[in-house]
Design a protein around this ligand. Structure first.
Ligand code: SF4
Ligand code: SF4
Length: 368
């Protein structure tokens, strides 16, 4: 039976929590290579909680070295451009937290076919060659995929422009979520340690709505982990396509009675869920051909904090954004495929979903 452990934890005493994880999930790592795969979305400082917190990585590196492992810490952030990986690692604190184990895993990649699909992707060689893979996601919501836990963390296996390429090729929410799961399936993690000390709620994966859950979670199964996380967030796991699809593929259980939980997995009080994404349900369907505006998000730009860095334009897989010198981004919504990458990767958090009557109503009702 898949197991999920939920511990009370703080960043200050993270090593104690990590030691408790290894007591319940002992791993034989002596003399082996271990890859720690944090959720390093981009160039965000630790206080934003957009990335896995550095304290979790330091505690894991220390513990694994003590157990005799050769540890590497690495991820492929969504941010593109020369030096983006190192810069993301420095700003997020993950470089320093890795105690010399951080590596740019984008440097060497292999082209592999997604199982059962005629789709090839480039993934970090390290992911395929490591003896032990430990996924270290963050407890976060996601406006497109509903939440981003163990399964979605594996999307960072993809190197370079492949993340954007899959977004463009599979813009609809359900199919894109299936592709995310297919990437997860390329190398299922041996252990998942989730940073749920401070998570993100509402329209994640990156915003100012932090949620202090005070937990460190661990599991030997990513589907079980994401199912428990979803219930804690107030969402049914079977309504989240990445989890449902992973279950259909036989990668793990969804039903509560098939998961052994140790710790308090009750629904978090006043946790804001993401607004069910109408744009993602309709984008790429025939409905969009007749009613193109129904499926497109609109973004508001906070011009006071935008630095005209062009990250949003560079990352947009559809080429829908232009940024003039010293200007704010301008959107060509007819090209937008509603992937939300611009909002996710703006280093200044300057992009926000435009409030509609529906989102205002949901917020009033305490739903988001
Ligand atoms: S909106 Fe954000 S990502 Fe885009 S140019 Fe401004 S600061 Fe950069
Ligand atoms: S404009 Fe933003 S949401 Fe639309 S396709 Fe580009 S990155 Fe994605």
């Amino acid at each position: 039976m898949a197991r999920v452990l939920i511990l009370d934890a703080t960043y200050e005493k993270m090593r104690e929590a990590v030691d408790a994880v290894f007591e319940r999930f002992p791993l034989d790592v002596a003399g082996k290579t271990v890859l720690l795969k944090p959720n390093m979305v981009g160039m965000y400082e630790p206080e934003t909680h957009a990335n896995t917190h550095p304290a979790v990585i330091t505690a894991l590196v220390e513990r694994l070295r003590q157990d005799g492992a050769t540890v590497t810490v690495g991820d492929n952030p969504g941010t593109s451009g020369y030096g983006a990986v190192e810069k993301s690692a420095r700003i997020s604190g993950l470089m320093e937290a890795s105690l010399g184990a951080f590596e740019n895993i984008a440097r060497e990649s292999r082209r592999v076919k997604l199982i059962g699909h005629d789709v090839e992707v480039n993934i970090s060689r390290k992911v395929l060659e490591t003896d032990v893979l430990i996924s270290v996601p963050k407890f976060k919501t996601h406006v497109m995929t509903r939440n981003t836990g163990a399964i979605k963390n594996s999307y960072g296996f993809l190197v370079g422009g492949d993340k954007a390429r899959l977004h463009l090729a599979y813009p609809r929410y359900p199919v894109f979520s299936e592709m995310v799961t297919e990437v997860y399936r390329l190398r299922v993690p041996d252990l998942i340690v989730m940073d749920a000390v401070v998570g993100i709620q509402g329209n994640g994966p990156q915003n100012k709505f932090l949620y202090h859950a005070g937990k460190l979670m661990a599991s030997d199964n990513g589907v079980a982990m994401d199912s428990v996380m979803s219930r804690m967030m107030g969402m049914k796991p079977e309504t989240i396509r990445s989890i449902e699809y992973a279950h259909e593929l036989g990668l793990g259980p969804i039903a509560a009675e098939e998961i052994e939980v140790e710790g308090d997995a009750s629904r978090l009080k006043r946790f804001r869920r993401p607004v069910p994404s109408i744009p993602q349900r309709f984008s790429g369907t025939w409905i969009m051909a007749f009613f193109p505006d129904i499926g497109r998000p609109r973004f508001d730009v906070d011009e006071y904090v935008c630095t005209s860095c062009r990250s949003c334009a560079d990352i947009c897989p559809a080429g829908a954004i232009t940024v003039e010198k010293k200007g704010a981004p301008e959107y060509d919504y007819e090209k937008c495929i509603a992937c939300y990458c611009c909002m996710e990767l703006c280093p200044q958090t300057a992009l926000h979903l435009h409030e509609t009557f529906r989102t205002r109503l949901y917020r009033r009702l305490g739903y988001m």
